[in-house]
Design a protein around this ligand. Structure first.
Ligand code: NAD
Length: 461
């Protein structure tokens, strides 16, 4: 039998600390249970219209980068960047000195000057942002630091790039949007899954009309992270905490980003409202009981996050999207990757497709069958370069495109409005879960511009 938990809950089912935090993010007072939908969706006071055109900055010949947070993902991005023409790692920051030294060595071994190191504590990135002559600050720190690093970068005249999710409160989503507009800087969330080979092939097929009109999508982050979250190193040092304290979709953007791009979210459509439900939280405590000896403090931890979270989004022009999150159960990996159009359907894991009039009736076909005809130009041209890079090559693609767009003065493939809208699913799911799956409205981070902004171009390498 499992222990009982959730002892300190409000009548809405939410623990008091979370409720106060979410209430503060929404601008509602602690103690109130009723959801003030308007307050959540409201545009911050004093914020004018969003720009008429997607933001592009003057071209930068050689992109000087300060990297903040060089653990697993940060080091992997640095490795990619060292192989991409027209950029240089000029400074590196981590709270762990040896990690800084490791990256300094990697950079020098590639024939570049040694980057300046910053490791005087958790806010030393502020010194990096203030003192270094940089074009871009790129962060792969734990979630809590994404917004502080991006804001410090932009305040000091640098573009900002962050790992996912960009933010996990609505207040912080708006902060990034306001910062990017005020300082006229890029603030991009690096969603690598938008660059997967299958995802890019689907995007191309959608753009070429193979799917007809988009109707429905399903995405998720279904990844057994129990062992990693309990580890005494790497993500284990910080990624368990949100599972203890929050209840909703903690990591929405991997599955959602590619669907949003196929549906032209923020460029012809927008997320309008959503509902969310979480199952019980059993997996983490069971894992602790099964794997740690009596007396290990991890056996006493009480987890808040439901093992399975399911959210349903309605878009402004009527489409539906399901987004799921489950990192606490035994299961093979999946991001679902399902898209239904009026003329075709695709689903991932394994990648398959059915195209009306082309596929045998009622029969799935292997997506690879259509690779030659519909492989995305980026993959066609860069595939061999991406070969050994992280997550099947998509991490290289995203870093390559970031540098390329900055060098050519182009709008980025994803912008701050995407970062805000995709990340907002996290806090909105928490709100809905805590309120018996009540409907919650998305803020319109574009302030109406989604109706006039044009879909992204199909990029070349
Ligand atoms: N896109 C993907 O596929 C993917 C995969 C894994 C992780 N991530 C994201 O990357 C980020 C980092 O994850 P990770 O797996 O590399 O974790 P990690 O724990 O391996 O690395 C985080 C690093 O940040 C450092 N750090 C912590 N606080 C800091 C601060 N205030 N200033 C400077 N450095 C600080 C840590 O010492 C560590 O080296 C997270 O946002 C995570 O969600 C994305």
């Amino acid at each position: 039998m499992k222990r009982s938990r959730h002892q300190h809950t409000t009548p809405g089912g939410m623990n008091r600390r979370d409720f106060v935090r979410l209430g503060a993010a929404a601008g509602i007072g602690a103690g109130m249970i009723a959801l003030d939908r308007a307050a959540f969706a409201a545009v911050p006071e004093g914020l004018g219209p969003a720009p008429e055109m997607p933001f592009a900055a003057p071209p930068i010949e050689n992109v000087r980068i300060g990297y903040v947070g060089v653990g697993g993902m940060g080091t992997s991005h640095v490795r990619n960047l060292l192989g991409i023409e027209g950029c240089q790692i000029v400074a590196v920051c981590d709270i762990v000195e040896e990690k800084v030294a490791n990256v300094q060595k990697m950079v020098e071994e590639k024939g570049f000057p040694k980057p300046t190191g910053y490791s005087r504590g958790e806010r030393d990135f502020e010194r990096l942002c203030a003192e270094e002559d940089l074009d871009l600050v790129y962060t792969a720190t734990p979630w809590a630091w994404h917004v502080p690093v991006c804001m410090s970068a932009m305040e000091n005249g640098k573009h900002a790039a962050t790992e996912v999710p960009a933010a996990y409160t609505l207040e912080d989503c708006w902060k990034l949007v306001e910062g990017a507009e005020k300082f006229k800087k890029h603030c991009v969330m690096m969603e690598n899954c938008c660059y997967g080979r299958a995802e890019m092939q689907i995007l191309l097929m959608v753009r070429q009309g193979i799917f007809g009109d988009m109707v429905h999508g399903e995405g998720g982050y279904l990844h057994d992270l129990r062992e990693l979250k309990f580890a005494n190193a790497g993500e284990g040092l910080w990624r368990r905490k949100p599972t203890l304290e929050r209840n909703g979709n903690l990591y929405p953007t991997h599955g959602l980003g590619p669907i949003a791009q196929c549906m032209n979210i923020n460029r012809g459509d927008k997320f309008d409202y959503m509902v969310s439900l979480s199952s019980q939280a059993l997996g983490m405590e069971l894992f602790a009981d099964d794997n740690f000896p009596e007396g290990d403090p991890r056996r006493d931890e009480k987890f808040s996050n439901g093992d399975y979270n399911t959210s349903l989004i309605k878009t402004a022009i009527g489409r539906t999207i399901m987004v799921q999150h489950n990192c606490d159960s035994p299961r093979p990996y999946s991001r679902i990757n399902m898209l239904q159009g009026t003329r075709a359907i695709t689903q991932g894991y394994p990648d398959r497709i059915y195209i009306e009039g082309r596929s045998p009736a009622h029969t799935w076909e292997d997506l690879e069958k259509y690779r030659e005809e519909f492989d995305h130009p980026l993959w066609k041209q860069l595939g061999p370069d991406a070969g050994g890079a992280g997550h099947g090559g998509m991490d290289y693609m995203e870093d390559y495109r970031l540098i390329k767009c900055l060098r050519e003065g182009l709008p980025l493939d994803m912008d701050v409005y995407d970062a805000a809208a995709w990340s907002a699913v996290g806090p909105l799911s928490e709100l809905s879960v805590a309120n018996r799956a009540q409907t919650v409205d998305f803020p319109d981070f574009t302030r109406g511009r989604w109706q006039t902004w044009q879909p992204l171009g199909l990029v070349e390498a």
